[in-house]
Design a protein around this ligand. Structure first.
Ligand SMILES: [Zn+2]
Length: 634
């Protein structure tokens, strides 16, 4: 670095002095301290503007004269990354005693706003908007003409220097005219379309989102229970909220099977918020006493088609125990601007994914054979995934931070958030290991009861470490669980498929897709050739899910490529399927005409293995532990 020469330096200083320089040096941001914030914040959210999708917010923040730093939440539990929607926060205007107050954004931490509170002020008034994405390319739509979702962390500034559980908030919400709402929050009163909630701490408020809508129906999932559980359905149409009694019975079975598994409840009541929509953004997000669930409109009305989607509620409900009541120590953050530590997400999400599958089958929400097909698809995915040769699954827990859930060009090599599904395979491995070692007298069910079923009735988060997990496994079945888990999560190598074999099943490939895979093809509007040619093809002919080092990759196929013709015939999924089958006996390569940008190319795939789709096949003369795992508890 070259130091300034005096003449240059004085010139620079003169320019700086002449410039109206409003930015200032970074100020210290007070660290969160476990002390009560004096007074209660009043947060008024006006959510009535559905046509422009604008939430207007007014907030009164008790304050003392002097420096005040307000934070916009960045790291919100259950989001797994720094995804607070700061880019959708706009129009900030501050005042005290009716006079405007200047604010300065911290130049290093852009989620922090510094203010000098004047001498005579007791409250800072803030006005701003949260702007829902108006196009899917901007992010998740959170308000439509029929449904809205309020995630309080998107709507609130809060003072630095205090833990969020010591900041009291009085939240009020104005709804579109005549709409119903559902939330785990307690209501003080509703006057017209304005709802006043009972004051509570900021941490619980942020953990208690709200859905509202024009069409709403509330189903009791545990009639007569001391701790009520409700399914609150909102939809684009009046018909879509109507569930048949037998559909509700399966959701009720989910509650009872979860209680048999976890033997505890850590809430006063639980509310599933379920949006069925073609416009409101899809979501699955866990909370302690509720969950946000958003799927397509046909959840109840096209029951047979939507089967695999029914794994969502079992997954999110499980989180009340794993992820919320019990959560990895690194997820215990004092405020929403402290980084989350994700390294144990393979327990938090991986085991939840496993229990999600298990409870889907035990409740009957997904038929047992379909859960088996889901496991087959998962096993095949990791068996084929070349990215496993360089990146251990634990490292993928950082992907929400690294990639923020954007699409990836080479996901089979880069890997993405595999701690969910590969995590589920690891827990199947652990479950079957306990069963085998204990002569089928113990299982991971015992672990769930001991680990998540403690302190029944407590709402206070209880944290766990890697050693806690190992200790709890050892208490069920002595074994070297530390090595067992570390080998699977921290090292690279073959996919963890031992659990399948111990469950009495093996992964095979046949030329017919399972009903589950057929459903995936229909939903994604694509044809799956991943395990034969090493890619999928969209209905428009776009080559997708290109497998790193697969056949297509080796032939030089890359992204943004369209498949135009197969052996001289215009591309259709059936034309390619027929060509793959014919090549089995013809001995000739498959000829693909592809287009990338303005360039056309012919590619020859010298492949004669036929169509390949994964499924599970029984290993003869072994116990069918998968059947035991997926059968309802008595
Ligand atoms: Zn989850």
């Amino acid at each position: 670095m070259t130091p300034f020469r005096p003449a240059v330096r004085s010139l620079v200083l003169a320019v700086l002095a002449a410039t109206s320089f409003t930015s200032r040096a970074a100020e210290s941001i007070p660290a969160p301290v476990d002390q009560p914030y004096p007074g209660a914040i009043v947060l008024n959210v006006d959510a009535s503007n559905t046509s422009q999708q604008i939430f207007r917010i007014k907030e009164s923040i008790p304050a003392k004269p002097g420096k005040l730093t307000l934070l916009y939440p960045q790291w919100v539990p259950a989001n797994h990354g720094p995804s607070g929607p700061l880019n959708q926060f706009a129009g900030l205007k501050l005042s005290a005693n009716g006079k405007p107050l200047a604010w300065t954004r911290d130049p290093i931490n852009v989620h922090a706003f510094h203010i000098d509170v004047p001498r005579d002020a007791k409250t800072v008034e803030a006005e701003y908007q949260y702007l829902s994405p108006t196009e899917p390319s901007q992010g998740r739509t959170t308000i439509t003409s029929d449904i809205l979702g309020v995630q309080w962390h998107s709507m609130a500034l809060y003072p630095a220097g205090y833990t969020t559980r010591r900041i009291q908030v009085q939240a009020n919400l104005t709804l579109p005219e005549g709409w119903d709402y559902a939330t785990a929050l307690e209501t003080s009163e509703r006057k017209g379309d304005t709802v006043q909630f009972k004051p509570l701490d900021l941490e619980t408020l942020v953990d208690s989102p709200l859905f509202a809508g024009r069409y709403h129906k509330r189903y009791d999932l545990d009639p007569g229970a001391k701790l009520p559980v409700h399914l609150n359905v909102f939809a684009d149409t009046a018909e879509a909220v109507e569930a048949k009694p037998e559909q509700i019975e399966l959701h009720r079975a989910l509650i009872q099977q979860a209680y048999k598994l976890f033997n505890s409840q850590h809430y006063a009541h639980y509310d599933f918020l379920l949006a069925l929509s073609e416009e409101f953004g899809g979501i699955g997000r866990e909370h302690h006493q509720s969950s946000e669930n958003g799927v397509k409109l046909d959840y109840f009305t096209d029951w047979s088609k939507a089967e695999s989607v029914r794994g969502l509620l079992p997954h999110e409900f499980t989180h009340s125990w794993n992820g919320k009541f019990r959560r990895p120590a690194g997820q215990n953050v004092p405020n929403f601007n402290t980084p989350l530590q994700n390294s144990l997400l393979w327990v938090y999400e991986g085991q939840t994914q496993y229990w999600g599958h298990v409870l889907s089958a035990r409740s009957g929400l997904i038929r047992l054979e379909n859960v088996r097909d889901i496991l087959a698809a998962t096993a095949a995915r990791y068996d084929a995934m070349r990215g496993r040769s360089w990146r251990p699954v634990q490292d993928t827990t950082y992907d929400p931070i690294i990639n923020g859930r954007r699409p990836l060009g080479w996901s089979s090599w880069q890997r993405s958030e595999d701690y969910y599904n590969e995590g589920a395979l690891i827990w199947l491995d652990a479950d079957t290991m306990i069963r085998e070692l204990s002569g089928d007298t113990k299982s991971l069910d015992n672990f769930a009861r001991n680990f998540f079923g403690i302190e029944n009735g407590s709402y206070t988060a209880n944290h766990y470490t890697f050693d806690d997990v190992v200790k709890a496994l050892n208490a069920i079945q002595p074994y070297d669980w530390a090595t067992f888990l570390r080998t699977r999560v921290e090292t690279v190598g073959p996919a963890p498929l031992d659990g399948l074999a111990r469950a009495g099943w093996k992964l095979v490939y046949t030329d017919t897709p399972t009903p589950y895979l057929k459903g995936v093809e229909e939903r994604n509007k694509s044809a799956d050739f991943q395990y034969s040619l090493g890619f999928s093809v969209s209905s428009e002919g776009r080559i997708e899910a290109l497998q790193w080092e697969g056949l297509g990759f080796q032939a030089g196929l890359g992204g943004s490529t369209t498949l135009l013709a197969v052996n001289g015939t215009a591309y259709k999924a059936d034309v390619l399927r027929a060509a793959v089958t014919a090549a089995k006996t013809s001995g000739k390569p498959i000829e693909l005409l592809v287009k990338k940008g303005s360039k056309y190319r012919t590619i020859l795939l010298d492949y004669h293995g036929g169509l390949k789709y994964p499924r599970l096949e029984r290993i003869a003369d072994t116990p069918d532990r998968l059947q035991a795992i997926l059968s309802p508890l008595k």
